[in-house]
Design a protein around this ligand. Structure first.
Ligand SMILES: C[S@@+](CC[C@H](N)C(=O)[O-])C[C@H]1O[C@@H](n2cnc3c(N)ncnc32)[C@H](O)[C@@H]1O
Length: 206
């Protein structure tokens, strides 16, 4: 059995701490190879990321999470999995997308159960805004994927409206099965209706 000390030693490599938070990330340096990159925004304890990374060894996965406790849990989980294709960045998602991700570098974003901020006066704290979607659009490669899931009907509607009034994404009908997230596991059994959107970046016609 591997000791806790051994797991602890690997954590800094799994948690990627940028030297500068005003320079764009260099994914070849972070992962030690070139491969398509998927980003999980608000990745929580990395349950989803670990499952995705295990199923897709030819792809790189970056989880972005702002809470220190969750980053620590995520790093321990990744260390136990022995996966080499997952990294965690502790930062605020919309800042990271807008300022650290190179244009056209990301093959897919997952935004799974983003905090809904249900009180009307808190709605402006929600992650999904027109600016956020613009930054996602810019970071995605042509035909890149944006995968969103929420159990909050009002938040879903507001995201849906934003997407359908913006021509940069089209709703995809592809039947894709994704691993269940930790938050989704907690919802299971309480009858919550989960709404999911798979969107593809539409390249402008030239
Ligand atoms: C409801 S949890 C869902 C976690 C995970 N996606 C899942 O489905 O199990 C929302 C997560 O997003 C993180 N989060 C919320 N807003 C964030 C932001 N602006 N930047 C980074 N992380 C954020 C929270 O700390 C929390 O871990």
């Amino acid at each position: 059995m591997r000791s806790r000390a051994h797991l602890h030693q690997r954590e800094p490599a799994i948690e990627f701490v940028p030297v500068s938070i005003v320079e764009q990330l260099n994914f070849r340096e972070i992962f030690g190879r070139d491969a398509p990159i998927e980003v999980d925004l608000g990745c929580g304890d990395a349950t989803f990321l670990v499952a995705m990374a295990a199923q897709n060894p030819d792809r790189n996965f970056l989880g972005i999470e702002r809470l220190l406790g969750r980053v620590r849990v995520a790093c321990r989980k990744i260390a136990r999995s022995n996966l080499e294709n997952v990294r965690i960045l502790r930062l605020e998602s919309s800042y990271a997308v807008a300022h650290l991700l190179p244009a056209g570098a990301i093959s897919g974003f997952h935004v799974l159960f983003p905090d809904p901020w249900p009180k009307r006066r808190h709605n402006r704290r929600r992650l999904f805004t027109a600016e956020f979607l613009g930054a996602i659009d810019c970071a995605l490669e042509p035909s890149g994927l944006l995968h969103v899931a929420t159990d909050h009907a009002d938040y879903f509607l507001s995201i849906y409206k934003m997407i359908t009034t913006k021509s940069s994404f089209s709703i995809s009908e592809e039947a894709t099965e994704f691993p269940i997230t930790a938050f989704e596991q907690k919802l299971a059994g309480n009858g919550a209706a989960i709404q999911r959107l798979l969107l593809r970046k539409v390249s402008p016609v030239t």
